[in-house]
Design a binder for this molecule. Structure first.
Ligand code: 4AD
Ligand code: MG
Length: 481
């Protein structure tokens, strides 16, 4: 018999019909009440077993974690918090689960424990809620761009170039199968390996997306990117998903408008669709907050925070203004913020970003016009800047509790300036000849940005560690699953 999802069953008001449900047992109380979950929704459906007419051997197999198929009558429930339940007439155990050994016990587990069981954590309320929110956000990303005339491009995962010029790449090589060219001492000759050149996992699809924007006009990528940065923080992954729109004829201001509009749209879409999951995650967060000292507690709960972002303008501030604010906020005494920056030209540390967003402006901030020296080679050099104080048309969006969520820029469209900047950091013209062709043939102002998808999921779910918003996190010394 066809089965119905728990979500559809719970929304059904037509009782007294025969239904079938399949899912995993969360709990089995009093030899009678199964709380059944199938992942379609946060809620379990209660299935009432007729224990007098069910063989003891079957009852024993209704254990936490077991997969079951129940058939019965959908009826109004007397129980609190549920409209309907299934009065079971037939139960089949599809897959047994040894309750003693099953790691996902019906209690609250620590996030660390769940990370060690990344293959099973999706069977918990918190993690299934996060994954449903993640899926909805991903759909919203496509919907936004598709509704706004963008085309989805799939940029390569294996590349010969370092889009960020930061050298944080994972090398790709074929296994030394028999006909792989080898050096005299028998080692694989890398230079003559599979592709005949050194290749890496992509750090960003931007350069390829730029070539597409210069033909399709408005494009976006949404795919996995890889960084071999040894940052063991709660905001960094070695493998993460990035969304990168690129638009011909957009300048930096239009780029900021796009990023702000896009972020607000996807958050709104997800708040509208995932209310129940977000309420649950908000409750989780509230409990966590209660454990903190008063002074460190967040002023807003999760949904208030999301509403705030949707309803208020992001504050746009130049790097130079930000440095002035940081310097002015730095007391000379050996006090808390004494480590804040006071030198123009240095990159902002996460403490500085947090200060600007959480203490000073108390809203998302778009910082723009960064010093050229601390930003990537492809960014548009600002006209009329002082020698030694050159800035580029860069923008970073900083979010409360997250820090940098977006990095983007207007691109350097002038061939000679771009070649000059590449030379300065040792990138040969031949290496990026195809990229330079966009500037040789019909160059134009264009802009784009990259949004780290997991950082967005972190913000929307209110979670504190990026390892908890991606199914199988990749971090230094950790690729177990
Ligand atoms: O600022 P990034 O390095 O910018 C680029 O890669 C540009 N090519 C994007 C573009 O203009 N098309 O990275 C963009 C965003 C960051 O703001 C951050 O949200 C995320 O990607 N990100 C990471 N997320 C998780 N783990 C990491 N290791 C990340 N590194 C960057
Ligand atoms: Mg960045």
């Amino acid at each position: 018999m066809k089965h119905t999802s728990v979500k559809d069953l719970l929304n059904n008001t037509k009782t007294l019909q025969e239904v079938t449900a399949k899912g995993w047992v969360r709990t089995f109380r009093n030899n009678q009440f199964i709380a059944l979950n199938d992942g379609s929704t946060l809620q379990n459906i209660q299935c009432v077993v007729d224990f007098e007419n069910t063989p003891e051997t079957t009852l024993k197999r209704i254990t936490t974690g077991a997969a079951v198929c129940v058939t019965g009558t959908l009826q109004e429930s007397q129980g609190k918090g549920q409209n309907v339940e299934i009065q079971v007439s037939k139960i089949e155990i599809l897959g047994d689960s040894d309750a003693e050994k099953y790691p996902m016990q019906p209690k609250k587990h620590s996030l660390e424990f769940l990370r060690e069981n990344a293959h099973l954590r999706v069977r918990t309320n918190a993690f299934s809620a996060i994954m449903r929110v993640r899926s909805t956000l991903a759909f919203a990303v496509h919907q936004y761009f598709q509704e706004n005339g963008f085309f989805y491009v799939n940029t390569p995962i294996i590349t010969g170039s370092d889009a960020e010029g930061a050298g944080e790449m994972f090398r790709v090589t074929a296994l030394p199968f028999d006909n792989t060219p080898r050096t005299e001492d028998g080692k694989v000759n890398f230079k003559e390996d599979f592709f005949g050149k050194e290749t890496n996992l992509t750090v960003s699809g931007q350069l390829e997306a730029e070539t597409f924007a210069m033909g399709l006009g408005k494009v976006y990528t949404f795919g996995p990117t890889f960084r071999a940065e040894n940052s063991n923080t709660s905001r960094h992954l070695a493998e993460f998903w990035m969304i990168e729109p690129e638009v011909a004829f957009n300048d930096l201001d239009a780029n900021m408008d796009l990023a702000e509009d896009f972020i607000k749209y996807v958050i709104k879409y997800t708040v509208d669709k995932c209310g129940e999951d977000l309420k649950f995650l908000e409750g989780r967060l509230l409990e966590e907050e209660k454990a903190k000292p008063q002074a460190e507690r967040s002023e807003m709960n999760l949904l208030e925070k999301l509403n705030f972002v949707m309803e208020n303008n992001f504050k746009r501030v130049s790097y130079t203004e930000a440095i002035d604010i940081l310097r002015d906020s730095t007391p000379n005494k050996k006090k808390k913020f004494n480590y804040l920056i006071n030198e123009w030209g240095a990159d902002l540390q996460s403490e500085h970003e947090r200060f600007l967003v959480e203490k000073h402006f108390k809203c998302p901030v778009i910082l723009f016009d960064y010093p050229a020296k601390i930003k990537a080679f492809y960014m548009r050099l600002n006209d009329n800047t002082e020698p030694g104080k050159e800035t580029v048309r860069a923008m970073d969006i900083l979010f409360p509790g997250i820090g940098e969520i977006v990095g983007g820029s207007q691109r350097e469209e002038r061939l000679d300036v771009l070649i000059e900047k590449m030379k300065a950091i040792g990138i040969e013209e031949e290496e990026l000849w195809w990229y330079l062709d966009t500037r040789r043939f019909g160059t134009a102002v264009h802009s784009g940005f990259g949004l780290g998808f997991e950082r967005l999921v972190l913000f929307v779910t209110g979670m504190g560690n990026i390892r908890d918003v991606i199914p199988f996190p990749r971090t230094p010394m950790n690729a177990e699953f």
